[in-house]
Ligand binder design. Structure first.
Ligand code: SF4
Length: 348
């Protein structure tokens, strides 16, 4: 196969290519950016600062509505304690992720992020929000995406990641998360984040009821978005991370997909997303099976120590980090720690 893979070619690969062939093509695509036998990782913690949410996605087991019991908002002291624990075990990346809590205005977030930056400086990097949360907050504050991005950047934020995208088709949004955002809003917001100088990433979640066409549309939108960024002189997407839906305790229910389907999808993503440098595999949802994805084109992974959102839906977290790192080593990879980069446009 030469040149850029079309959607039709990707469909044929998915339907017809045996595992060996997909793996070989993905490894060739990976080798354009990375040493074949080397992978990088980070130790991180997802801090779920509030579980109150009005979006009501039917695949979510985490949220409570504003008038229900069990809602919480973490104080800055709670957040600092979680970050201190992360530092103690050698991690340095925090990803803030929470519900669409209508009682928390944009100022709440700017104050929190400024306090984290002031207390930890560059000892800790943090993914401040997902694009999905960003869309909600900008809307509530009646600010344009550019204005909201500038507020966050000025509060010390470097990264707003592409979380909350799941499957980026309008039909999927209507079926499962009609109050969350439209695909157009999501991509416009992400572009504003890029233009503000902050960095972002792409994500995808598979294993709901999405069709092959929907998976391919998601990949096409991601590649198009990155083409646009690169064409206009921006670095755009740092990475693409895919994880799998956990159905336990959700309204939608369903079953988990098999690891092999996940590996094949990682391979297809690596082959198709020829303009994204890092393809990341999800230890959070695949545990030790995640490392086989390194053979299918992934080059990077997180070792998370907490994420209430996926844990509530059935994810399990292994805190034996050395034991986990032994798995890719047994597969023949050297692994090295990767620190989150401060975006070039925000260099102090
Ligand atoms: S996935 Fe996120 S936005 Fe959707 S209901 Fe859960 S917390 Fe809210």
């Amino acid at each position: 196969m030469t040149g850029r893979v079309t959607t039709e070619e990707a469909r044929a690969l998915w339907l017809e290519a045996p595992d060996d062939e997909l793996r070989r093509l993905a490894q060739a695509a990976r080798a354009r950016f990375h040493e074949p036998d080397h992978a990088t990782y980070m130790v991180m913690r997802i801090v779920n600062y509030t579980n109150v949410c009005v979006a009501q996605c039917d695949y979510c087991a985490f949220y409570v509505l504003p008038n229900q019991d069990g809602g919480y908002v973490l104080s800055q002291r709670d957040v600092f304690a979680k970050i201190d624990e992360l530092l103690e075990i050698g991690g340095d990346l925090v990803a803030f992720n929470g519900g669409f809590n209508p009682r928390l205005p944009l100022d709440f977030y700017c104050d929190l992020f400024a306090a984290v930056r002031q207390r930890y400086g560059d000892r800790v990097e943090f993914y401040a929000l997902t694009v999905a949360e960003f869309v909600f907050l900008a809307d509530r504050a009646k600010l344009s995406h550019a204005e909201a991005a500038a507020r966050l950047r000025d509060a010390g934020v470097h990264w707003v990641t592409g979380g909350g995208s799941e499957i980026l088709t309008e039909d999927f949004r209507k079926r499962h998360a009609k109050f969350k955002y439209t695909v157009r809003e999501y991509l416009e917001a992400q572009r504003a984040i890029v233009e503000s100088g902050m960095r972002t990433t792409a994500t995808m979640v598979i294993g709901f009821d999405e069709t092959l066409d929907e998976r391919l549309e998601h990949l096409q939108r991601t590649r198009d978005f990155q083409d646009g960024c690169l064409r206009d002189g921006y670095d755009g997407l740092f990475s693409f991370l895919c994880w799998t839906y956990k159905p336990y305790g959700t309204a939608f229910g369903g079953r988990e997909i098999a690891p092999q389907e996940y590996w094949r999808h990682i391979a297809l993503s690596r082959i198709f997303l020829d303009n994204v440098r890092h393809v990341r595999t999800s230890v959070l949802t695949q545990n030790e099976d995640a490392f086989r994805a390194l053979e299918y084109g992934a080059d990077d992974f997180d070792l998370p120590i907490e994420d209430e959102v996926t844990q509530k839906a059935g994810a399990t977290i292994d805190l034996d980090l050395e034991g986990l790192l032994a798995v890719p080593r047994r597969l023949g990879y050297t692994v090295s720690y990767r620190r989150a980069e401060r975006p070039a446009a925000l260099t102090a």
